[in-house]
Design a protein around this ligand. Structure first.
Ligand code: NAD
Length: 312
């Protein structure tokens, strides 16, 4: 298959490209490098089935030739990035998603949207199941991301209903692994960076808020399975193993052999208190569940971040 991936030079996008190429597909990678980096896909440069184009999906663009699949991942994704680029984030979810849907329609291709657990906001139901409509502050600082993804989901469903487009929607929960940016503000690279530098680990609030972390290879496997399914409604993809941020900080300290202390700072506005996916739907529909143990995934990530530190 020939697959167009937007946001291909980002953290998850670059791993998806690796996987699609390994399966024998051809990849047309689009990115405007707002939050991603050419470095993430530099190793694919010599591959004749991989092409990278600098494209902002919120502006007109064309892809020549036949296309079988369109994956729309382009969007700032870390709170630090979307708080810095709120308008670009809203544009990516709205204008950008519209252009990617039009591309799929024009080519008769299937379409996958990478949405987010942030659609559930600060959830009042726990764990989060796909039928929960969420608890989102529509005007808070995080709304640029949450609402852009909720709009993108609505637009995707409208294209399916109006045009019969074969669409899928993945609601991705916290994912981690190599190629995250050390300074993107998300908790995994932030703790690892601080631990490797011997600096204090910054915990927001009292650290009792929970998250569930999925290793990127597991997530990409879920996306590939979803892309082939006929399910039109959103499917949660994430790891249901939940832990407090404080427990997580301890784990990273042990893994890196760091003696950094933990310091506490005020919780950001609208920060979700708890996060855990209900993945019963993905299990039943896709036969998918995460396989990589947290310890193994973190070890692979630490190795990568050590390499970045050594090269700096
Ligand atoms: N990483 C996670 O834990 C997580 C969780 C939920 C959802 N997601 C979703 O997965 C996708 C990828 O996230 P990520 O963590 O890899 O983030 P990332 O920032 O590493 O990757 C996003 C990529 O999109 C590109 N981009 C942004 N705006 C663009 C535009 N207008 N045109 C073209 N390219 C553009 C960026 O340059 C970057 O390469 C995003 O849609 C995100 O919302 C990620």
């Amino acid at each position: 298959m020939r697959i167009v991936v937007s946001g291909a030079a980002g953290f998850i996008g670059s791993h998806l490209c690796d996987r699609l190429l390994a399966e024998g597909h051809a990849v047309e990678a689009l990115d405007n490098f707002l939050t991603g980096s050419r470095r993430n896909v530099a190793h694919l440069a010599g591959n004749p089935r991989f092409r990278l184009a600098e494209v902002d999906i919120t502006r007109p663009f064309a892809v020549e030739g036949p296309v079988d699949g369109v994956v729309n991942m382009a969007s700032p994704a870390s709170p630090k990035d979307y708080l810095e680029h709120p308008i670009e984030t809203l544009d990516a979810g709205s204008l950008g998603t519209r252009r990617m849907l039009e591309l799929a329609l024009e080519k008769g291709a299937r379409f996958l949207l990478t949405s987010t657990s942030e659609c559930y906001g600060d959830p009042l139901e726990h764990p989060q199941v796909e039928t929960y409509w969420g608890h989102v502050n529509p005007v808070g600082p995080r709304s640029c991301y949450d609402e852009s993804k909720r709009f993108a989901e609505a637009l995707t469903m409208a294209y399916h209903r109006v045009h019969g487009l074969r669409t899928n929607i993945a609601r991705i929960f916290n994912t981690y692994g190599p190629r995250m940016k050390l300074d993107d503000g998300r908790v995994v690279p932030a703790f690892m960076d601080q631990a490797l530098r011997g600096q204090p680990l910054t915990v927001f609030g009292d650290g009792s808020q929970t998250r569930s972390f999925c290793y990127v290879a597991d997530l990409v496997d879920g996306l590939c399975r979803l892309m082939l399914s006929e399910e039109r409604y959103p499917v949660n993809l994430g790891n249901p193993r939940e832990m407090t941020i404080l427990e997580f900080a301890e784990r990273i300290r042990r893994l890196t052999g760091s003696r950094s202390e933990v310091i506490f700072e005020p919780l950001p506005e609208d920060d979700p208190r708890q996060r855990r996916p209900d993945i019963a739907k993905a299990r039943a529909l896709l036969g998918w569940e995460p396989k990589v143990a947290l310890e193994d995934g973190l070890r692979l990530s630490v190795e990568y971040f050590r390499g970045i530190h050594a090269a700096a």
